[in-house]
Design a protein around this ligand. Sequence first.
Ligand code: NAG
Ligand code: NAG
Ligand code: NAG
Ligand code: NAG
Ligand code: NAG
Ligand code: NAG
Ligand code: NAG
Ligand code: NAG
Ligand code: NAG
Ligand code: NAG
Ligand code: NAG
Length: 412
Amino acid sequence: MPVTRSSAAGVCWILLTGCVFAAHSVTFEVKDGNSTCIKADLNASFSITYTTTNGTSAVRFALPSSAVVGESSSCGEEELQVSFGAGHSLTLLFSKDEGLYRVSNISLQYNLSDSSTFPQSSSTGLVTVMTNVTEIWARLNSTYRCVSSSSIRLSSEANLTFSDVHLEAYMRGADFSSDESVCSADQTVTTSAPTQSPRTTAAPSPVPPPAPERGNYTLTDRNGTACLLALMGLQLNITHRSRALNQTVTEIVNLQPNRTAASGSCGVTVATLVLTEDLTNLTFTFTLNSTTQKYFLSSVSVSALWPDMTERFVERNASLNLLQCSVGRSYMCSSEQTLSIVSSFSINTFRLQLQPFNVTAGRFSAVEECRVDQENMLIPIIVGVALAGLVLIVLIAYLIGRKRTHAGYQTI
Ligand SMILES: *[C@@H]1O[C@H](CO)[C@@H](O)[C@H](O)[C@H]1NC(C)=O
Ligand SMILES: *[C@@H]1O[C@H](CO)[C@@H](O)[C@H](O)[C@H]1NC(C)=O
Ligand SMILES: *[C@@H]1O[C@H](CO)[C@@H](O)[C@H](O)[C@H]1NC(C)=O
Ligand SMILES: *[C@@H]1O[C@H](CO)[C@@H](O)[C@H](O)[C@H]1NC(C)=O
Ligand SMILES: *[C@@H]1O[C@H](CO)[C@@H](O)[C@H](O)[C@H]1NC(C)=O
Ligand SMILES: *[C@@H]1O[C@H](CO)[C@@H](O)[C@H](O)[C@H]1NC(C)=O
Ligand SMILES: *[C@@H]1O[C@H](CO)[C@@H](O)[C@H](O)[C@H]1NC(C)=O
Ligand SMILES: *[C@@H]1O[C@H](CO)[C@@H](O)[C@H](O)[C@H]1NC(C)=O
Ligand SMILES: *[C@@H]1O[C@H](CO)[C@@H](O)[C@H](O)[C@H]1NC(C)=O
Ligand SMILES: *[C@@H]1O[C@H](CO)[C@@H](O)[C@H](O)[C@H]1NC(C)=O
Ligand SMILES: *[C@@H]1O[C@H](CO)[C@@H](O)[C@H](O)[C@H]1NC(C)=O
């Protein structure tokens, strides 16, 4: 079953100290018949401490370009075993759930009897170390990419460092998918350029992401006429149990308009907007109260399975009264606004304008602004009035002053 290996160009990172060791990016492929299930470009190095006859010693070596796909690699189990040197091997075990695949287990076997790698080792034989804590995950049908280097602790003696990794498991074709899941380390490196790279957020960062991009979500009726309009940037705030940290964390994620599809239905008194992103589903229900002639957001439900979640996050609140607006008008809130849905879930909206009912000619009707915007508008008005008042006072003082001096001359 295991088949090919081809050695890519060796990369040598020139550090100030010179070239520490030659790190090669090596390509491995696991095949079942003619179809490839795992492909990986790996640049790995190991640092291992071991006991010698006179103390302890540390070695650091790179995965050599002579490494080959090992015998226990398989497509059924989605396992990549890489063998190198005198009985050493690195094994990556993959697993998947609905929208993601991940490396669920990394193990390293090293041979202390190999005296060229472990000179003067006091013990001999094979040592196996492993971890099931990894941050390597990607959307299905996408390539995991991580140029930044990241260290993985396998035991108190052994560490593994990956860099310049491209890999894909559960593959559909023979080549890497052009769609990439970029690791979070790479994303922070490239934040200066607002790329549309999909997230594969690791343990949630304490720094909230930048304001989300504004999406245009329009629904049309059967005749193809727009019946619900929504322009908004959405940021989701979910509190859940972290897989990486095994504790409750708050994760803030922007909805990427680029990857989000809008669907739903328009009605006379109820309209529904469903937003679907790779790993997230959101449903907004708007209700029109014909007595008060107002409409409002009456219900929100969410279903999300993010990489760091231990299980799917599903919540719903159908007794909301948010974003209230007069019928025949559009609701607008340029300022950031927080919609609290349940205690573990809220949505921050940015530059929002929406109209779920009575849309004519595919355009927003007259605007009704949210209170925050009105208050924001009030500040410049107050400042303006205050300034005008000040100018007036100065002018009056000047005029009075002038009159007095004038009068003074007259008396002489
Ligand atoms: C594999 O490829 C060969 C030649 O391209 C072809 O003859 C064979 O039928 C293929 N086998 C499978 C299982 O697709
Ligand atoms: C162990 O001691 C010998 C003799 O003192 C020395 O030659 C050797 O370099 C030492 N090995 C290590 C790993 O320190
Ligand atoms: C470990 O290394 C020794 C010395 O190079 C070699 O004889 C032995 O076969 C290796 N063990 C395995 C399992 O490959
Ligand atoms: C991956 O691609 C296959 C075939 O192209 C498709 O059937 C499957 O639904 C896709 N999976 C995801 C999660 O996009
Ligand atoms: C990791 O995989 C190895 C075999 O490859 C297995 O023996 C070990 O139990 C696995 N560890 C975990 C934590 O799943
Ligand atoms: C679609 O167009 C037809 C004819 O113009 C009209 O009678 C009907 O009410 C329209 N349906 C909707 C859902 O707007
Ligand atoms: C996310 O929600 C938590 C808990 O409600 C809150 O403390 C935190 O300020 C929120 N963060 C953002 C950026 O909205
Ligand atoms: C996670 O934490 C819970 C309690 O906080 C504990 O019972 C459980 O064993 C932990 N799981 C792991 C894998 O550490
Ligand atoms: C997402 O948007 C960027 C520009 O913002 C564009 O370059 C890219 O092609 C878009 N991707 C998709 C899948 O539409
Ligand atoms: C409409 O609003 C009025 C006044 O707030 C309320 O009494 C009534 O129950 C509402 N009707 C619906 C259908 O929600
Ligand atoms: C649903 O929203 C209402 C209004 O904000 C709130 O009073 C209620 O506690 C929420 N329900 C849940 C289950 O959090």
